[in-house]
Ligand binder design. Structure first.
Ligand SMILES: Cc1cc2nc3c(=O)[nH]c(=O)nc-3n(C[C@H](O)[C@H](O)[C@H](O)COP(=O)(O)OP(=O)(O)OC[C@H]3O[C@@H](n4cnc5c(N)ncnc54)[C@H](O)[C@@H]3O)c2cc1C
Length: 354
């Protein structure tokens, strides 16, 4: 916790610890709202679910598309911007691009610098039925809040194969926009698993760089909309592997992914495809279960925002930011932008409600 005295009813409690959360905290802190961030907990259960503090970006290596970080010798800057204790947690800087954990840590440090108080624990339940809102944390303590910003993100679904886990960040990814342009995927075949609109979008995006994109689908028809399915089937670089599932990611520790093994859902012999990458495109799971039905959700369980371009949720005074309320963009920069919007809306709500 920071050294500022805690008010008995918090102005703004922010739940989450990714780009949306820290950007909301920076804006709220600079507006003198003394924000309190619950950043999540380092538990084994959270590790299994990819929900450790610092969010999804902390699971990746280089981030090449966040503005403000051209390739540079970042070592000296990071030394001056992040405390030694936190740098020890991150490990030493390598390479000349900012990494995901470093980027989130810089956002956190900026939020703390402006007076954000941070609690290393998670919010386990909420009561939004009356104001002030009531939140319960992992250690059982209760927090009262005038406004709440939910920024708990969404985790990418993977197939759950041990070989897939083994090669994460070494050819296995769940985000073509984030990783597709990396050198290892250029002019080489890659594999995408999935059959919905987002799988076709991922395949289409990857086809800009890869020599060939195998789209592996368990049925004989794509779930994607007719127009998207047509686009995939007519694309000269996309080859659809019908009635197949990925049974193993193949590779070596030195080279990362070198291929995939496919099983058949209709009794055909298995097939091995040579590939430098595997992209899981089987959806995301927004972290909304702990809300226990108190906010309106979309049919895919993202937080519903009733007003266009606003972060307001179905409960006045509760705002949602980042991937937890965005099934469309899911990028660090868009999450950060919506965090800023959520904080500005919370500030206006506090002014209007005394
Ligand atoms: C492997 C990978 C690589 C990526 N690469 C890029 C990239 O290069 N560029 C890019 O723009 N985007 C990238 N993305 C996407 C980007 O990481 C996300 O869009 C972004 O992190 C979303 O930010 P967020 O703040 O909404 O939530 P998140 O980053 O998901 O953070 C939410 C966090 O809140 C915490 N939390 C959850 N529940 C609770 C609770 N109940 N109480 C307290 N805390 C809680 C957890 O720690 C959770 O992880 C990548 C994603 C992945 C998985």
């Amino acid at each position: 916790m920071g050294e500022l005295n805690a008010p008995s009813v918090e102005n703004v409690v922010i739940i989450g610890s990714g780009p949306a959360s820290w950007t909301a905290a920076i804006y709220a802190a600079r507006a003198s709202l003394l924000p309190l961030v619950y950043e999540g907990a380092f538990t084994e259960a959270n590790q299994m679910r990819n929900l450790l503090p610092m969010g999804q970006l902390a699971l990746t290596t280089e981030v090449e598309n966040y503005p403000g970080f051209p390739p540079a010798d970042l070592g000296i800057f990071l030394e001056s911007a992040i405390t030694e204790e936190r740098r020890m947690m991150l490990g030493l800087h390598e390479g000349n691009m900012v990494t995901g954990p470093e980027l989130v840590e810089l956002m956190r440090a900026q939020a703390v610098h402006f007076g954000t108080r941070v609690v290393e624990n998670e919010i386990t339940s909420v009561d939004f039925s009356q104001r002030p809102f009531r939140l319960t944390s992992g250690d059982g303590s209760e927090i009262l809040a005038k406004t709440v910003i939910v920024a708990t993100g969404a985790t990418a679904n993977y197939l759950g194969l041990p070989s897939e886990t083994h090669f994460k960040n070494h050819g296995v990814s769940a985000c073509a926009v984030c990783d597709g342009a990396l050198p290892r995927f250029r002019n080489r075949p890659v594999v995408v698993a999935g059959g919905g609109d987002s799988a076709v979008e991922e395949a289409d995006y990857l086809a800009k760089f890869a020599s060939k994109v195998y789209l592996v689908h368990r049925r004989d028809q794509l779930r994607a909309s007719a127009i998207m399915a047509k686009r995939a089937m007519e694309h000269p670089k996309i080859v659809i592997q019908w009635n197949r599932t990925v049974s193993e990611i193949l590779g070596t520790d030195a080279d990362g992914v070198t291929g995939v093994r496919l099983a058949s859902t209709v009794g055909e012999p298995e097939l091995v495809l040579e590939a430098s990458g595997f992209f899981a495109a089987i959806g995301h799971t927004p972290t909304t279960t702990f809300l226990n039905g108190q906010l309106e959700l979309t049919d895919k369980k993202y937080i519903h925002r009733p007003l266009p371009h606003r972060q307001q949720t179905s409960v006045p005074g509760v705002f949602a930011a980042g991937d937890v309320a965005d099934e469309y963009y899911r990028q660090a920069i868009t999450a950060a932008a919506s965090g800023a919007q959520a904080a500005l809306e919370a500030e206006r709500f506090l002014v209007q409600n005394g």
